[in-house]
Design a protein around this ligand. Structure first.
Ligand SMILES: O[C@H]1[C@H](O)[C@@H](O)[C@H](O)[C@@H](O)[C@H]1O
Length: 647
């Protein structure tokens, strides 16, 4: 029997009688004249319906959907949502702390006189520390449990925020950013695992995806905070960096009262506590079956894989976990190789290229990009339990690749119609700058030390010169006509740093928007969601630690190499390269990512029993949709294309 997209929904008797009541009401409405007969046959109707209502419900799809919705609401206590939201604060802090630094740096570099190396250090030290602590988080999760790790992460976030807000020199700032990075790494690998382990199967995808919604929400909030405090030239950065202590303290206090993952407790033999927590999480549902299946699974796994040796070695020598690890790490790698963080980072430039000239506005442009990323992650939360992980990821990555091609074409067109440099004014500082050697804007824009100063005649660029950029602000030139912002604005002069003004810039803007619209619902959240569910319990911490580590390592690699890649391959070359990676990712995901929607965590291991990269072959099976309901210990078949297929 095909179970490709089966949902295991447990219905209580009370809910079932609601379904029958609704059907009866409908029948009574439809046959108002024969009400007496209906009343007389009531008892036999109930008896008959307990067997047949489920098959006939297949034809009344609407009724079935309404009933399913109501039952699922009935049976998911609010506690699961509270626990998920408190955990997802870890995602919020991950997003906030990675997002806030760009705005803080604008102020910091002036106040503390930071050179490029120190700016680079303050950004990448956090991501580097996150990579290391994500890996170490695997061991901690296995040994101490999910709850202490979340407490540790929120403690690190709070301490880091305190150090950063109070810092007096750049060395202390670096220390604070490392502490925050350690928190991000632990949170990024623990939170999805914890949510997946407490969520009921039919809500798991949605709840884990909410964590990524919080990540992008944190990034958006950070850009708004950056915008607001950028007006506070002195000490504005202290508020930007210190504000994250608020959600961190809330999470810490909350988790003092929230429970450990029942699955981890069962694994450690703390069965009484595990049962108590599981019943809290499942409300009026019976937990025996879930409890037994977790327990049996652990025992079977121990028999099959053994319990000796480091987990990573056992994972690599046992084919199903080895395959899961390849899929999990591959997803995270392709997420970063699709260039999300460079696209976000360069969004302000892309938007400026498209004609937004107001400098003050530039700081809010990043907020706009982060907002689109956030809103479309919300679409992902809505789609994940409807489309399933596989289709959502494939659709998202296809759109992302196309958007990258459009984005790259925008840069290519801009480069091809790149304005000529027409004036070469003498350098008053008599320093030998590289800027004077360029004959076209294209070369000038790729040189991080130079920018274009020009006038516009209708829409064509005239009187253009390539001038060194001001060391303190990329918004103006170091000397000459474009060195005083207020004066050059009055004289109708323009300054372009990092881009060339051309009539084709809108193509890049279109590419940027399409990129975020497609990336955010699928490739953004699915690598985290899928990783939280594909490993068996004994390998879950280690699997997530490795895949999160891969995510952070590729995050650093892509961001650090972007400028060099753009120098060697030009901007359009860099974006075509990311499009190529996205296309490779598409082949990998098409071949290797199985559908995990609706499955119990304990069932998912079996999806990796066959050869890697056989998933694409079973796509045709997805049309069949089976649902099982549970009434007092027996499984009844709710709907299927083949109505006789009853278990
Ligand atoms: O899933 C998240 C999300 O897409 C963020 O916007 C991005 O900055 C992270 O690198 C990624 O892991």
């Amino acid at each position: 029997m095909s179970r490709k997209a089966s949902d295991n929904v447990e219905y209580t008797l009370r809910s079932l009688s609601n379904l029958m009541g609704e059907k009866r009401r409908r029948q009574a409405d439809g046959s108002a004249g024969s009400g007496a007969a209906a009343a007389a046959g009531e008892r036999s109707l109930i008896a008959a319906e307990s067997c047949s209502s489920l098959n006939s419900a297949a034809s009344g799809g609407e009724l079935e959907r309404a009933a399913r919705r109501q039952f699922q609401q009935d049976e998911t206590p609010g506690f699961v949502y509270v626990v998920s939201v408190f955990s997802a604060l870890g995602g919020f802090l991950f997003g906030y702390d990675t997002g806030v630094v760009s705005g803080a740096l604008l102020l910091l570099k002036r106040e503390l006189n930071l050179d490029a190396l120190w700016q680079e250090l303050l950004v990448s030290s956090t991501v580097g520390a996150a990579a290391l602590s994500a890996l170490a988080g695997g061991v901690l999760n296995g040994l101490c449990g999910r709850r202490p790790c979340i407490l540790l992460a929120s403690g690190l976030f709070t301490a880091g925020a305190g150090v950063l807000a109070a810092a007096r020199d750049k060395e202390t700032l670096l220390g604070g950013r490392v502490v925050v990075g350690l928190g991000i790494g632990v949170a990024s690998m623990t939170v999805p695992v914890y949510i997946a382990e407490v969520a009921p199967p039919h809500l798991r995808g949605r709840l884990v995806t909410i964590n990524t919604l919080f990540i992008t929400g944190g990034q958006f909030f950070a850009s708004v905070v950056d915008g607001i405090f950028s007006y506070l030239a002195k000490d504005g950065w202290r508020y930007m960096l210190g504000l994250s202590a608020v959600p961190a303290v809330i999470q810490f206090l909350g988790f003092l009262f929230l429970p450990e993952s029942p699955r981890w407790l069962i694994q450690k033999g703390q069965t009484q506590r595990a049962r108590r927590i599981l019943s809290q999480m499942r409300g009026n549902q019976a937990i025996d079956e879930e409890y037994d299946s977790i327990k049996n699974n652990i025992e079977e796994e121990e028999k099959e894989v053994g319990a000796a040796g480091p987990v990573i070695c056992r994972m690599l020598t046992y084919p199903p976990t080895r395959r899961a690890l390849i899929v999990g790490c591959g997803l995270q790698m392709f997420q970063q190789l699709s260039g999300i963080n460079t696209v976000m980072y360069y969004s302000a430039t892309i938007l400026q290229m498209s004609g937004v000239e107001d400098d003050r506005l530039a700081i809010w442009l990043a907020a706009l990009t982060a907002f689109i990323n956030f809103i479309f992650t919300l679409v992902g939360v809505w789609l994940v339990e409807r489309m399933g992980r596989r289709k959502l990821t494939l659709g998202s990555l296809t759109g992302t690749a196309v958007a990258l091609i459009i984005l790259a074409s925008g840069f290519l067109l801009s480069a091809q119609v790149s304005p000529r440099i027409t004036i070469n004014p003498p350098d008053p500082s008599h320093q030998n700058s590289t800027c004077t050697k360029y004959s076209y804007c294209n070369g000038c824009m790729l040189d991080p030390d130079c920018g274009l100063c020009y006038k516009l005649n209708k829409s064509s660029v005239v009187e253009s010169s390539c001038i060194p950029v001001d060391k303190g602000s990329t918004m103006k030139a170091a000397w000459g006509r474009c060195s005083n912002e207020t004066v050059f604005k009055k004289d109708d002069l323009f300054w372009a740093y990092n881009f060339c003004p051309t009539p084709y810039s809108w193509t890049a803007l279109l590419g940027l928007i399409l990129y975020l619209v497609f990336f955010a619902p699928g490739m953004g959240p699915m690598p985290w969601t899928v990783n939280s569910e594909i490993y068996p319990l004994w390998a879950r911490s280690t699997g997530n630690a490795c895949s999160s580590g891969v995510n952070w390592v590729f995050n650093v690699l892509v961001s650090l190499t972007f400028l060099h890649t753009a120098e060697y391959l030009t901007y359009y070359g860099a974006f075509f390269l990311y499009a190529g990676f996205a296309a490779l990712g598409l082949v990998f995901i098409y071949g290797c990512l199985p559908e995990t929607k609706g499955k119990k965590l304990e069932e998912i291991e079996s999806l990796f029993e066959n050869r890697l990269c056989t998933c694409g072959m079973s796509d045709s099976d997805e049309g069949r949709y089976i649902e099982y309901i549970r009434v007092k210990g027996s499984n009844y078949h709710l709907s299927d294309n083949d109505a006789s297929d009853v278990e």
